[in-house]
Design a binder for this molecule. Structure first.
Ligand code: ADP
Ligand code: ZN
Ligand code: ZN
Length: 757
């Protein structure tokens, strides 16, 4: 047996993996993620490496392959845990081990020259002088030179230190580890705590908050580690609860990771954590350079911080003693990676927590179907918070039936009700948000008279209009010509649903010339900081109306907003995929949550052509349970996740004919693999859990992934549906082997996406 070993895990060029022989004495004991000692280089220097994989065959000249020397006793360091997490990700999500390692390990990149780093002396003058003396005595010249410079000037440019003083990285790192200095960058370490006095607002927890906190604490202190799902309405005080849980864990000498979708990672949120945990908190965001991110990771590793807040990638913070992972807004689609390995942060967090004896806390006002399904199955502990923490009322929600509006002669984008309420608010000087949920919009055809939507007869998702004028199903490839007459009611008012934020802005300006209007969408936020500028202008009440896409409904508190209008709730309902109902419910609930955050009660108007659709009805009634029941029934019926699992095999290539052929062969191969599995199961007497006649594994497609061509690369997708995740992972392994040995696939790219979002 042979082991793949990486020896330099912090190097940008991680691609170098070496093979070593596993000596007989160690057979069966070597596993991915394990630390090993191996001989390296010409002199066979003994170094530490990590096993990334095991194989039976050796890819190199056998006579040159060296043996692993030993497995060190203490093989549980943080790197080993992350390497084994990478191995888990590779096998669960596909891709190569290198890709997985690059995702989880903090990798040192060549420093971006634009980033200004500084060194700051942390000692007072007297202690500093003593330290200088010590270095001089020990004849540590570089350290002494740096110390001298720092005593002259306690803040030094990093570049000056490395280039002019000729001090190397390890020296700086050593002094940093001794607590002598700190490497700062303008962004990360600008510590807001200093500017504002650190005052903790004393709050009295509501009974609901107290219950959740106690439950967690009691479990934690008794050594029980679990995954908790907090289902708490917006404003129920979830963030306060997270902070109290983190306190529990930090008091035990352990660390916590808090994942927040980047768009909701606002200054206010970050400040709340700073006020609570001071400079033991670090924040990661996508604006940090690779080098800065690496520094943050190293600070976490060396124990300088207790809490890391950040988006998805912060999940891999190398804390030595991780105790808790919090995932706020757990349902957010940003938690799914769009690059191989296409991991989901929720599942990966649960896996990481399992290997590091940590707990996971998921929180949302609208839990994902996945999380609630698992909670109902008893995998997660469900904790409910049904009331807003400061006694505010939930918004009053009205549905405006746009079919009725049309019947009554109103062809405008604004319903009568919304228009009336807008007038009222403008008069009172209160603010209004108008929201158009274009997310994932893919050109469905609907009837404005009766609300009928053209769907795929096989997959129960809406058909999408393509440029060639045909309507297609994005799952199975079914197609039909575009209709011009409604098959339900015969109306000619049928067509593609069109409305943009720009149009709405123009309309509002025309109807309400006295109103100040701001718009926030892709077009107006292209420039850096445009986002913040618009939001802060609106917060400062420089405008009465904010028109925008889903960007405006996430995580922003505008106390003067008392009216929210959702202009076309249907838009997100027919995006041609099985999650559209769930996404619509989430967006509508979030939008409703924006109304009435201050002292005045709020109202929301949802405009729709299909008021009886369960996602719209239950969102208007603010009834999550009712939504969940309906939605899970649909998923069960159609065999969609989370009830069953779905693997999307994405195939792409520049040669369209080759792609067609490749997909054909791939499909045939997949069917062969499935037949193999099924006949083996039959032979073993395994009962097929689904109805007789229904195959346990289904192959659908090849179909269009929505966009057929990007930058001259053609794309296709094949779906495989199965009850068991493990079965799909096994099929994925087989496909990876198949494409490896069939040279035609050299000119195509095959990627895997489990339970795609
Ligand atoms: P969520 O994360 O559930 O939306 P937050 O934790 O952000 O809720 O709480 C909403 C607001 O209510 C915040 O300003 C928070 O400080 C405040 N808050 C939370 N819990 C309490 C409490 N028990 N007493 C008073 N104010 C609270
Ligand atoms: Zn109709
Ligand atoms: Zn279909």
């Amino acid at each position: 047996m042979f082991a793949d070993v990486i020896v330099d895990i912090q190097h940008e060029k991680l691609d170098k993996i070496f093979q070593y022989r596993i000596p007989e004495s160690m057979e069966g004991r070597v596993e991915p993620g394990m630390g090993v000692i191996v001989p390296f280089g010409k002199g066979n220097r003994k170094i530490r490496g990590y096993v990334t994989g095991i194989s039976e065959k050796c890819d190199y000249d056998l006579s040159k392959v060296k043996d692993i020397i030993e497995i060190p006793e203490r093989a549980v360091e943080i790197e080993a845990k992350l390497v084994s997490l990478a191995a888990w990700m590779k096998s669960n999500y596909g891709g190569t081990m290198i890709q997985a390692l690059k995702t989880v390990l903090p990798i040192k990149h060549k420093e971006n020259a634009k980033v200004k780093k500084k060194l700051r002396l942390l000692l007072d003058e007297e202690t500093g002088k003593r330290q200088l003396h010590y270095y001089q005595e020990k004849n540590q010249k570089a350290r002494a030179r740096l110390m001298e410079a720092l005593l002259d000037d306690p803040v030094l440019e990093y570049d000056l230190v490395t280039k002019k003083l000729n001090i190397t990285m390890p020296v700086i790192r050593a002094l940093e580890e001794q607590g002598v200095l700190r490497v700062e960058t303008e962004q990360i370490f600008r510590n807001p705590v200093r500017q504002t006095v650190r005052q903790e607002k004393k709050i009295v927890y509501t009974p609901e908050q107290q219950h959740v906190i106690s439950r967690f604490r009691e479990d934690y202190m008794r050594g029980i580690r679990q995954t908790y799902l907090i289902h708490g309405v917006t404003g129920s005080g979830k963030t306060e609860v997270y902070m109290e849980m983190i306190r529990t864990v930090v008091d035990q000498g352990r660390q916590a990771i808090v994942l927040i979708p980047e768009i909701a990672l606002t200054y206010q949120t970050v400040m709340r954590f700073y006020r609570r945990f001071g400079d033991r908190v670090s924040v990661m965001n996508s604006r940090l350079s690779a080098g800065e991110r690496y520094d943050q990771m190293m600070r976490a590793k060396s124990g300088q911080i207790d809490v890391m807040i950040g988006p998805r990638s912060a999940l891999f913070t190398p804390f030595p003693n991780l105790g808790l992972i919090v995932i706020d807004e757990e349902h957010d689609t940003a938690y799914k990676s769009e690059q191989t390995p296409r991991y989901h942060a929720r599942e990966t967090a649960v896996q990481r927590a399992k290997t590091e004896d940590a707990s996971v806390v998921l929180g949302s006002a609208t839990p994902s179907m996945e999380a609630m399904y698992r909670a109902r199955q008893g995998e997660y502990v469900l904790l409910e918070m049904r009331n807003r923490s400061r006694m505010q009322q939930m918004a009053e929600v009205y549905i405006a039936d746009m079919r009725e509006e049309l019947k009554n002669g109103n062809r405008s984008i604004l319903s009568g009700r919304l228009r009336e309420l807008m007038e009222d608010r403008l008069e009172k000087g209160e603010q209004i948000m108008l929201f158009l949920n274009r997310r994932g919009y893919s050109g469905f055809i609907s009837c404005r008279e009766c609300g009928h939507v053209i769907k795929c007869p096989h997959c129960d998702v809406s058909l999408s209009v393509h440029r060639d004028g045909k309507m297609r199903c994005h799952y199975c490839g079914y197609e039909q010509p575009k209709v011009t007459v409604c098959p339900e009611c015969g109306s000619h008012y049928i067509g593609e649903f069109r409305a943009g934020t720009q149009q709405i802005e123009d309309l509002v300006r025309k109807i309400f010339p006295q109103a100040g209007v701001l718009r926030m969408d892709m077009d107006t936020t292209r420039q850096k900081d445009a986002h913040e500028k618009i939001l802060s202008a609106f917060a400062n009440e420089e405008a009465d109306v904010l028109v925008g896409t889903q960007m405006i409904v996430k995580g922003h508190d505008f106390p003067n907003v008392t009216l929210v209008g959702v202009l076309a709730a249907d838009m997100s309902l027919y995006t041609g995929d099985y999650r559209s109902g769930e996404r619509t419910f989430q967006l509508l609930t979030q939008a409703e949550g924006r109304a009435g955050r201050g002292d005045r009660p709020g109202e929301a108007v949802i405009q729709t052509y299909d008021p009886s659709h369960y996602a719209i009805r239950t969102a208007a009634e603010q009834d999550y349970e009712a939504f969940y029941e309906e939605e899970i029934r649909y998923r069960e019926l159609m065999g969609y996740p989370p009830v069953e699992n779905l693997l999307a095999v994405l195939v792409s290539g520049a040669d369209e004919a080759l792609l067609e052929k490749g997909c054909h062969y791939l499909r045939e191969y997949i069917l062969r693999v499935i037949r193999g599995i099924t006949s083996r199961e039959n032979a073993a007497g395994v009962q097929n859990s689904r109805e007789a006649g229904c195959p346990a594994v289904q192959v659908i497609g090849p179909a269009s992934p929505g966009i057929d061509k990007i930058k001259d690369i053609y794309r296709k997708v094949i779906y495989i549906k199965a009850e068991q995740y493990g079965l799909l992972a096994g099929i994925k392994d087989k496909i990876e082997q198949y494409i490896e040995i069939n040279s035609g696939f050299d000119r195509m790219r095959v990627q895997f996406d489990f339970n795609p979002m």
